[in-house]
Design a protein around this ligand. Structure first.
Ligand SMILES: O=P(O)(O)OC[C@H]1O[C@H](O)[C@H](O)[C@@H](O)[C@@H]1O
Length: 533
């Protein structure tokens, strides 16, 4: 459907982006002593500082005009109200409802999950030999792995009730590595799959079930539970109804950690931790639903991305948590953002008129500084960065933590202020370099500056603050879907490879010849190497 207002808003935005100073950030600080404060927005425990971007007052006004023209708040209200916002699959997107609002089915599932955790932790539910469960293995991939694995990695401490292990890859090296740490008699196994048909997960589930039965006999199968929307398939796999935790197909995989898919989190951290995670996310939902656009954190994060991707043509973004516990947070966002927004077809079936979801990648700081940050500082195309800092650590080593935070803030500052050729030359001269060396080396040591970053500061990493952080990014993704007129809740792009894998498997088993020439050649090369023994 033509949207003249949106076209006009896009034109106005792109006109601002064509101004020669559109990328400049330093002059915005020079012109406004209050910029850092004025561009820092808060919701609950999250402080989002957008001052180190070239979003100025007039750019923000143009972005907010676009948000109005694209009716982002209408989309938000339809999503939170249970409307069909995923039209290609004819579904609502009800992940926020899983966080324990008023929905009776959600409350019933949460109550069952809580009772199960209580029984496992209290020893009422034990393994086949009567021993208590000390370890839980979550078998799942994509959204049935990344969210729970990220949260458990972030919040687990040695005082937690159980250890959690995440088996995703069909590469059985992964299972071998995890298996070495486990005693089958004390291991609970969750088969986590929305569809209960995913090849990798079902293959791993069969391996792990065989391991349980080998060690414990048929009684070993009582260690299995299932998290799925496909109750018949879970039953067919041999998991009785009382150990199947369902959820609705209106919860997308990458948004599913809040549903039964989060059971490994609750088992590993304890129910109170999981409940606090949900409550944190709920508080971000409330902010998203009610804060005005100009102070609405998810919307502001989305609009900043539009400026970077569409206005300035930056095709990637890095996520750098300066907190080792958030090591898997970039991986979670990779799926959340790229599976949601990596689309070139608009909702009306036409071609998306402009760039959409950027490449998202990241690593914890400071490690990232010693690997890919070179490109972000001096590569030809700026890469906006999200820095995530946590003010107070949960360890007693204050000096280490100060160094960690100092590095994070220094990276953001280096990207912003840069270092001019004149500065480099003066510095080299002061250090005694001769004119010839200065001329040769100085260009290599220049930093352009004016490279954007967003800085998010949390007071502490807790279930509550992590819940807020994850929900912030989820709602940012929803806003971008509305702004770009794409469906952020489907993922048709993962299908073709899955289907073709059936044919390549037949070729590798020697049952067929691959039709595509390069695939056939690769299969032949692998079969030759395997035959050499
Ligand atoms: O939970 P499952 O049905 O096993 O799906 C696991 C994952 O695989 C799919 O291919 C999708 O790309 C993901 O969105 C999903 O999370």
């Amino acid at each position: 459907m033509p949207n003249d207002d949106a076209d006009a808003a896009w034109s106005a935005l792109m006109a601002l982006a064509r101004r020669p100073d559109a990328r400049a950030i330093r002059p915005l600080f020079a012109a406004d002593a209050d910029r850092a404060a004025r561009w820092t927005h808060r919701a609950g425990d999250v402080a989002l500082d957008l001052s180190r971007t070239s979003v100025s007052d007039d750019v923000l006004a143009a972005l907010l005009r676009l948000a109005r023209a694209r009716d982002v708040t209408g989309f938000r209200d339809r999503m939170l109200g249970g409307g069909v916002v995923n039209p290609t699959e004819g579904r609502a997107a009800l992940h926020a409802a899983q966080r324990g609002g008023g929905d009776a089915a959600v409350q019933a599932t949460l109550a069952r999950m809580q009772a199960f955790c209580g029984a496992v932790h209290g020893g009422a539910l034990c393994g086949a030999t009567g021993q208590r469960f000390t370890d839980v293995v979550n078998i799942g991939i994509g959204g049935s792995d990344l969210g729970p694995a990220m949260v458990a990695r972030a919040l687990w401490t040695p005082a937690a009730p159980m250890r959690a292990h995440y088996l995703a890859n069909v590469d059985a090296h992964a299972w071998q590595e995890i298996r070495a740490r486990l005693d089958p008699a004390r291991t609970l196994v969750l088969v986590a799959s929305k569809t209960f048909t995913t090849q990798e997960t079902m293959t791993n589930a069969a391996l792990v079930r065989a391991w349980l039965v080998d060690a414990l006999g048929e009684a070993g199968t009582t260690h299995l539970a299932a998290l799925s929307t496909n109750l018949p398939a879970a039953a067919e796999f041999g998991i009785p109804g009382e150990r199947v935790f369902g959820f609705a197909d209106t919860v997308g995989g990458r948004f599913s950690l809040w549903s039964a898919i989060g059971l490994s989190i609750a088992l590993a951290l304890g129910w109170d931790g999981f409940a606090a995670l949900l409550a944190g996310a709920r508080s971000m939902d409330e902010h998203f639903a009610s804060a005005p656009p100009e102070s609405n954190l998810p919307l502001l994060l989305a609009l900043t991305e539009v400026w970077h991707v569409n206005g300035l043509g930056y095709p990637a973004r890095a996520v750098l948590p300066y907190d080792e516990r958030l090591a898997r947070f970039p991986a979670h966002l990779q799926q959340l953002e790229m599976e949601s927004l990596g689309k070139a077809v608009a909702l009306d079936g036409g071609v998306v008129a402009r760039a959409s979801g950027p490449v998202v990648f990241g690593e914890p700081g400071t490690n990232a500084q010693h690997s890919f940050m070179q490109l972000i500082h001096q590569g030809p195309t700026p890469v906006p960065v999200d820095f995530i800092l946590v003010a107070k650590p949960d360890h007693p080593f204050a000096d280490s933590h100060r160094k960690l935070l100092a590095n994070g803030l220094a990276q953001a500052e280096a990207l912003l202020v840069g270092k001019s050729a004149a500065e480099v030359r003066a510095e080299m001269a002061a250090a005694g370099a001769d004119a010839e060396r200065i001329a040769a080396i100085a260009p290599h040591r220049v930093f352009t500056g004016d490279r954007p970053s967003s800085v998010i500061i949390l007071p502490r990493l807790t279930p509550g603050t992590l819940g807020q952080l994850v929900a912030l990014y989820e709602h940012k993704v929803a806003c971008l879907g509305a702004l770009w007129n794409i469906n952020p809740f489907d993922q048709w792009g993962v299908e073709l490879g899955k289907v073709l894998a059936g044919g390549t498997l037949a070729a590798l088993e020697g049952r067929a010849v691959a039709a595509q020439a390069a695939t056939a050649a690769s299969v032949a090369a692998i079969l030759r190497l395997q035959a050499e023994g």
